[in-house]
Design a protein around this ligand. Structure first.
Ligand code: NAG
Ligand code: NAG
Length: 326
């Protein structure tokens, strides 16, 4: 009798304990890092390019890009094709998004502005003007501990450009805390210049300097991920300038690097397609690190098709990496 009671008490205690400990705690925090250059909403779409949104969009689902971009982001977050695993949370990082596009995505993701929050501002005025590098996260999963945005220039604190850059370029950095476990990590998002090799190479150095400073200030032991359209291919050939510069800093490693050991899902190998090709090059990346500290590991990554019923919904393809902050 006494024994039975004790066993029951122990069983209840165990059940209560395991209910309190989230799935994520045992093996680190799993995070699906999504990266996509969604193409700015131009007022003069090029060949085969559909508008982001216009007055006629409600009449036909094949007329505009916006609903398809939002739906694809939602399906990646939901893990419709490939589950991110138990307890996984989401980071959604975009490039080229103008203020109206940032607002559309924010309202369009399930739960809208009541569930999702974002960091990042317009690169032309530090407010609403110009392209954003927004980072979205769910406020029921993550708490933002710190965020900042710097310009990739010789004067990073103000809207500016250097080294022959064609546009202002920025890095957006967030320190996030997983609400259920208290686990923290850093995510950074950027879009390097398309006009100047030097601006790309110097720009990624500024981005890394900013990430390192944030890490020094908010916990030297934090894992780091970085997403970006690099306008620069992997490898040494061609315009691999920014990729080579970042790899050479021995701070972060790109998820496709064999040393990471992440499984590549599916057969798509290019991320930039323009609106009228099947693939030009792979210039959009997810990086993780810091190297040698084993704070961040990656399990799988994938490049998604940007064709929906014959419409290219952006001139880039979305990519994601499933990482674990150990
Ligand atoms: C860079 O991209 C912008 C915007 O898409 C475009 O207008 C410009 O021509 C591009 N510059 C180069 C050098 O490719
Ligand atoms: C890295 O950390 C993970 C999770 O703690 C562990 O399973 C793995 O063995 C570690 N790898 C190395 C090389 O230490």
């Amino acid at each position: 009798m006494h024994h039975l009671k004790l066993n029951r008490a122990i069983a209840l205690l165990l059940a209560a304990t395991s209910a309190l400990v989230p799935t994520a705690a045992a093996g680190g925090l799993p995070v699906r890092i999504v990266d996509w250059n969604i193409r700015y909403a131009t007022s003069s779409p090029g060949r085969n390019e559909k508008p982001w949104w216009d007055l006629l969009c409600p009449l036909s689902s094949s007329r505009c890009r916006q609903p398809h971009v939002v739906a694809q982001l939602q399906s990646i977050v939901d893990g419709t094709e490939h589950d991110a695993g138990p307890g996984a949370v989401s980071i959604v990082a975009l490039q080229e998004a103008l203020a109206n596009q940032v607002d559309d995505v924010h309202k369009g993701l399930r739960g809208g502005t009541g569930t999702w929050a974002r960091l990042g501002r317009g690169r032309d005025d530090g407010d609403r003007r110009g392209e954003f590098n927004p980072v979205f996260y769910r406020t029921d999963q993550l708490r933002l501990v710190h965020d900042e945005m710097k310009w990739l220039s010789e004067t990073p604190d103000a809207p500016s450009r250097s080294w022959g850059a064609g546009s202002n370029r920025v890095v957006v950095v967030g320190v996030f805390e997983h609400i259920a476990t208290g686990k923290r990590f850093i995510h950074a998002n950027t879009h390097l210049d398309n006009a100047s090799r030097q601006a790309r190479a110097e720009g990624i150095k500024v981005a890394v300097r900013v990430v390192r400073a944030v890490r020094d200030a908010h916990g030297a032991g934090l894992g780091v991920t970085l997403t970006g359209d690099f306008n620069s291919v992997a490898g040494a050939a061609g315009d691999g300038d920014a990729y080579q510069t970042l790899a050479g800093m021995d701070f972060l490693t790109e998820v496709a690097d064999p040393g990471v050991g992440a499984q590549k899902i599916g057969g798509i190998t290019t991320t930039w397609t323009d609106f009228d090709t099947d693939g030009i090059s792979r210039i959009d990346f997810v990086w993780l690190g810091p190297n040698k500290e084993n704070l961040t590991t990656a399990q799988r990554w994938e490049i998604l098709d940007n064709n929906v019923d014959g419409m290219k919904v952006s001139d880039h393809r979305a990519t994601y990496a499933d990482v674990t902050f150990n």
